[in-house]
Design a protein around this ligand. Structure first.
Ligand SMILES: [Zn+2]
Length: 428
């Protein structure tokens, strides 16, 4: 289920004088892999016409201006003169944790002073320290926090967001978190894909009894989430200090029994064999810092996307990043996301994630853009509607105040997004 709000049809919209239009058009109905990740489908001096929230035509400005329908209806159409700027599909941020109340500033200082992510978690910091705030907060307060973040994401060019629960870790607070996501999504023009992450970590009251907690996730939480139609995906943090492979498989199976698709945090801190999970057809496996070569052929043969989140490596001060080049050269479908969360990646900027992908993971600017748009859409199973600028797709576009697309990851730490268009309406 994708929550979108389109209270009324926007006026027809035409963007003209686009210096570089990155269409990301595809010839195949599969995620981008290998060399196809660099093919942006660029049209120079381009125009895009949007009607009824959809893209209806894409081409050269001079051709668009000669179009008989446009000539006849010019007064009814909102026209944006892009003045040679770059236009690309709105970003698809396919991995975020927006339901929390406070930043984790103590953890931030401890880490600067030398503590590791796991040492902080052991001392009661980390994910567990966000529990209290979420458990005490009202649904309305959480929805307000989520809506603020979604609003800021739009101003950075993001139009589709996956949003996870996972800081409640009891039935009541997980449902409250997902209801908060739904309430925020109803007030936001973009698309929000909700994910249930009850298996983020074992909550303190079940310390040492993770099997019991997994039983509650599978037998109580997942059925309640499915019954309330509160999520499309079930996510698991499969790693050292969180949930093991057997528990992850059990949760994936429970998700499937209730009609929910699977995705997982995988290989962030330690290596777990991936092949046993692929039979559950996860839409995406995320982080992927530690992946064995033996797993690559099965991953390549699947439609599971590897979603890389370099913001987490950056913010945790790690010198190692996921090996994007190895994935791309093997033919794994790679996406990029922010992993927006208070502990390891407090950024909501997709251009920042792309900049890190270029400088730290040696992805080219073109690869980073495809990974942040069309492959993000594949990672959310939305590629039929999102992630490229082609007739029939949702009119979700970002206008960047640059002349060359390579400037988007180049100017790091500043926001060059000049306007964001969602469902054919201008939002920033
Ligand atoms: Zn995450």
């Amino acid at each position: 289920m994708i929550a979108t709000t389109r209270p009324r049809q926007p006026r027809p919209l035409v963007l003209v004088n686009i210096g570089q239009l990155l269409t990301l058009r595809s010839t195949t109905l599969r995620p981008r892999r290998g060399a196809s990740l660099s093919k942006l489908g660029i049209i120079q001096d381009a125009a895009v016409l949007c009607l009824g929230g959809k893209i209806v035509s894409v081409g050269k400005t001079e051709d668009a201006l000669r179009d008989p329908w446009l000539k006849k209806n010019r007064k009814k159409v909102t026209e944006i003169d892009c003045g040679g700027r770059v236009v690309l599909p709105g970003f698809v941020d396919s991995h975020t944790h927006p339901v929390f109340t406070e930043p984790r500033l103590v953890d931030f200082e401890k880490r600067i002073a030398g503590a590791s992510y796991e040492e902080i978690a052991e001392a009661g910091g980390g994910i567990r320290s966000s529990l209290e705030g979420v458990r005490k907060a009202s649904k309305a307060a959480l929805a307000g926090k989520v809506l603020d973040v979604l609003g800021e994401m739009v101003s950075h060019g993001t139009t589709t967001v996956e949003a996870k629960s996972g800081y409640g870790l009891c039935l009541e607070s997980e449902l409250k978190s997902l209801e908060a996501i739904r309430a925020a999504a109803r007030q936001w023009p973009g698309a929000v894909v909700p994910t249930f992450l009850g298996a983020h970590v074992v909550p303190p009251e079940y310390r040492g009894r993770s099997r019991e907690y997994v039983d509650i996730v599978c037998k109580k939480m997942i059925p309640a989430v499915a019954k309330g139609k509160l999520a499309q995906f079930v996510d698991v943090f499969c790693d050292r200090g969180a949930f093991n492979a057997e528990e992850t498989a059990q949760i994936f199976a429970a998700a499937g029994e209730h009609g929910l698709a699977a995705r997982a945090h995988m290989g962030q801190l330690s290596e777990t064999p991936l092949e046993p999970f692929l039979k559950y057809r996860p839409a995406s496996l995320d982080h992927m810092d530690h992946v064995n070569d033996a797993d690559l052929p099965a991953l390549v043969a699947s439609d599971t996307v590897a979603t890389l989140v370099p913001g987490a490596n950056y913010f945790l001060g790690l010198s190692q990043y996921p090996n994007a080049r190895r994935f791309i050269e093997a033919g794994v479908a790679v996406a990029l996301a922010t992993d927006y969360n208070p502990g390891s990646s407090p950024t909501l900027s997709m251009p920042m994630a792309m900049s890190l992908a270029c400088t730290q993971m040696k992805m080219s600017p073109a690869e980073a853009i495809a990974a942040a748009t069309i492959n993000g859409a594949w990672a959310l199973r939305l590629a039929d509607r999102k992630g490229s600028i082609e007739p029939g797709k949702d009119a979700d576009l970002a206008v960047f105040d640059v002349k060359d697309y390579r400037e988007i990851p180049y100017w790091f730490g500043v926001n060059r997004c000049a306007a964001t268009i969602i469902g054919g309406a201008v939002h920033a």
